[in-house]
Ligand binder design. Structure first.
Ligand code: B1M
Length: 213
């Protein structure tokens, strides 16, 4: 098995020890950092996303795979920067004001990274103004809002309203979280709704017109 296939496999298996070792091995053998990222780590994470979407993997497996991917990307980052490899697009993500749930949001952030996005994670209890500020500091392609409470869902509507009023043109706007639906997304003027972390990342790619893996 090639080192790239082994890296993908290590991420799929959530092997936090083997993943960075294999990245080191690949770098030592002269494999371009970009290939180690795209054909190794991201390929593995795409498969994790597929398994999660199809019910073969559950939250713990995804979290463990995310740790393995993080161990690999930490090692790879300086090499990617040296090689001038830039993320395909930038995503800002956060749990909206009044809401402290972040397990799902963190999974979406991981899947977005796994899909090649640079992710600016604003954390929890994020005000509409903070979302706007984050988009003013850099070019942002997509903003993701998460809400787990029926009482904080209307905050997504307020955030969307402010983002659309303050940013011309506004980034693509997507929402998600257990109580959220497609109908609600349409009602409040979001560009889309992600049912889970994997479909959220796929949606972000579609909204930013990045190719499907
Ligand atoms: Co809270 N809580 N909680 N809680 N909590 C719920 C959500 C609840 C349904 C429990 C219940 O009553 N059955 C209920 C909400 C009821 C409602 O509004 N209808 C509830 C409540 C009431 C509360 C408090 C008000 C309780 C209290 O204090 N009286 C309080 C509110 C605090 C606040 O936010 N201001 C509260 C507090 C907490 C804890 C802090 C204890 C903890 C959160 C810890 C944390 O997140 N760091 C917590 C937890 C853990 C839950 C449950 C048990 C689990 C949520 C979770 O992490 N699920 C939850 C009940 C349940 O769902 N079984 C509950 C796993 C996670 C992977 O799924 O977040 O749905 P989820 O994310 C999914 C998708 O929704 C989607 O992808 C993810 C992965 O597939 N997704 C996106 C999420 N965001 C997305 C964004 C996208 C796309 C997809 O694009 C941007």
């Amino acid at each position: 098995m090639s080192v790239l296939a082994q890296i993908a496999e290590a991420v799929i298996n959530g092997d936090e020890v083997a993943t960075p070792k294999l990245i080191e091995q690949g770098l030592a053998a002269g494999t371009p950092a970009k290939d180690l990222l795209n054909e190794g780590l991201l390929k593995g994470m795409t498969e994790v996303g597929r398994r999660f979407r199809e019910g073969e993997y559950f939250v713990p497996e995804v979290l463990i795979a995310a740790e393995a991917m993080k161990a690999g990307t930490t090692l790879l980052k300086p090499h990617l920067a040296k090689a001038g490899v830039k993320p395909a697009a930038t995503a800002v993500i956060g749990t909206v004001r009044g809401d402290l749930h972040d397990i799902g949001k963190n999974l979406v952030a991981t899947m977005l990274e796994g899909a090649g996005f640079e992710v600016i994670d604003l954390g929890v209890d994020v005000s509409p103004e903070k979302f706007v500020d984050a988009c003013r500091q850099r070019p942002v392609h997509v903003v993701g809002m998460s809400a787990l409470l029926t009482t904080t869902m209307p905050m997504m509507a307020e955030t969307i309203k402010l983002l659309r009023a303050q940013l011309q043109p506004p980034p693509k706007l997507m929402i998600g979280g257990a109580p959220v639906t497609d109908e609600y997304a349409a009602k409040i003027g979001a560009d889309g709704y992600g049912r889970d972390a994997a479909t959220g990342a796929e949606l972000a790619k579609q909204l930013c017109r990045l190719g499907r893996n």
